[in-house]
Design a protein around this ligand. Sequence first.
Ligand SMILES: NC(=O)c1ccc[n+]([C@@H]2O[C@H](COP(=O)([O-])OP(=O)(O)OC[C@H]3O[C@@H](n4cnc5c(N)ncnc54)[C@H](OP(=O)(O)O)[C@@H]3O)[C@@H](O)[C@H]2O)c1
Length: 240
Amino acid sequence: MNRVLVLGATSAIAQQVARVYAERGAALFLVARNEQRLSAVADDLRVRGAQVETAVADLDDAAGHEELLARAAPLQIVFLAYGALGDARRTEQSTEAAEAILRTNLSSPLSLLTRAAGRLEAQGNGCIVALSSVAGDRGRASNAVYGAAKAGLSAFLSGLRNRLSRSGVRVITVKPGLVDTPMTVHLPKNRLYSSPERVARDVVRGIDGTAEVIYTPWWWRWVMLVVLVIPERVLKGLSL
Ligand SMILES: NC(=O)c1ccc[n+]([C@@H]2O[C@H](COP(=O)([O-])OP(=O)(O)OC[C@H]3O[C@@H](n4cnc5c(N)ncnc54)[C@H](OP(=O)(O)O)[C@@H]3O)[C@@H](O)[C@H]2O)c1
């Protein structure tokens, strides 16, 4: 498949995935909300070999989703890459801040992917790939709202995959661990962090292959299995 819709094209991870497709000569339809940065990303990808179209959109605004997908059609690979970590402390104190995080990471992706799924189902092929997170596998004291949004997204993608399994449409859930990108720039780094290039390699390999749920790097699957069996009373004593 050589036509990729990138939702959140200025994301550091998305840019690395798009570079791989550019080097394959793919046709990219890039969507982001910052016009200037989107234009710089598009120029870079053209130089690398892609045919590029762009659209500027705040993807929190679901009213524009249908028109956006119509512009990007025909769809082949739909790569949903945007998201927001938010300020965990603010989400503890303000329901507005919490709702904003739920909107960007859950309800807006649901709106776009439901519409994209309908189009792919009607044509009988295509692939939806979405960046969820290991943060959705278990609630943590340090960012409960972001974790809840990603848990909802992962559950939605699982249901969508099962619903579309007989229609020829693939749905891939990507669960990165900690990645060194602008989203985590304010956090102290340690050996658990990976590069966006590494995550992008795993994403593209998953799309090329038969993956359904990708932990990236792979060892996060085992880390999260351990995290999942920690009893709640023990978790309370850990600063996770
Ligand atoms: N970095 C990590 O450790 C990590 C771990 C697990 C999962 N993830 C997930 O990976 C995805 C990509 O994140 P990243 O690490 O590549 O961070 P990033 O470089 O900060 O990318 C986040 C992107 O989302 C865009 N965005 C946010 N709200 C938007 C909106 N309403 N409309 C359009 N675009 C919007 C941002 O655009 P602006 O630049 O305009 O703000 C930015 O391009 C996110 O879903 C994130 O939750 C990241």
